[in-house]
Design a protein around this ligand. Structure first.
Ligand code: IMP
Length: 183
């Protein structure tokens, strides 16, 4: 099914059932990896709110959850200008932190965020991202431990991800259809 958001047309790329199955597996892995620990899940708003809600339901060890906000994006092209982190007031000292992100594109946002989080002297930091665009990645991120799906360099919306603020409420994930430019 195709959908239209403002000037862009999108087609379904990942259905909710597929996403749920993958999240269940990540949850199982985390329950093992953090068996003796009480990790703090740090969700990156706005994009991660649905992913976090589904992921945390698969976690059956003790865990805490908090959210922060950092935005670096205007429209559909990464600006590279990362703004400041809002809401990083949770005590992360000596804690095992799991950053939950909707998508890692160039990795610039994550690089900045990691720097800020390390200032709080956590015991460990790992990243869990719903989507990763490996071909767009420009920064090494050794903390990237859990990736639900690797995707091509398409622009995607749905399941928390937006295009100019729209599309976050879509249950599935959609990719922008490239229309060949007229000559
Ligand atoms: P990065 O700093 O280039 O890794 O970009 C990360 C941020 O850009 C994500 O947290 C998203 O908010 C946004 N972003 C990157 N790619 C997409 C996309 O395909 N759709 C929607 N948002 C995206």
């Amino acid at each position: 099914m195709k959908i239209q958001i403002e000037d862009k047309e999108f087609e379904c790329m990942l259905e909710y059932d597929q996403i749920k199955k993958r999240i269940r597996l990540i949850g199982i892995q985390m329950n093992v990896d953090y068996e003796e620990k009480v990790p703090v899940f740090v969700g990156v708003l706005n994009g991660s709110f649905i992913f976090m809600a589904d992921l945390i339901k698969e976690i059956d060890i003790s865990a805490e959850i908090t959210f922060i906000k950092v935005s670096s994006y205007e429209g559909d092209a990464s600006s590279g200008l990362v703004k400041k982190v809002i809401g990083l007031d949770y005590d992360l000292k000596n804690r095992d932190v799991i950053i939950v992100e909707d998508i890692v594109d160039t990795g610039a946002t994550m690089g900045f965020l990691l720097e800020e989080i390390y200032k709080h002297k956590p015991a460990s930091v790992r990243i869990c991202t719903l989507l990763l665009k490996p071909d767009a990645l420009q920064h090494e991120i050794p903390e990237l431990t859990y990736t639900a799906f690797e995707i091509p360099n398409d622009f995607v919306v749905g399941y928390g991800l937006d295009y100019n603020g729209l599309g976050r409420n879509l249950k599935d994930i959609y990719r922008a259809i490239h229309v060949p430019s007229e000559t």
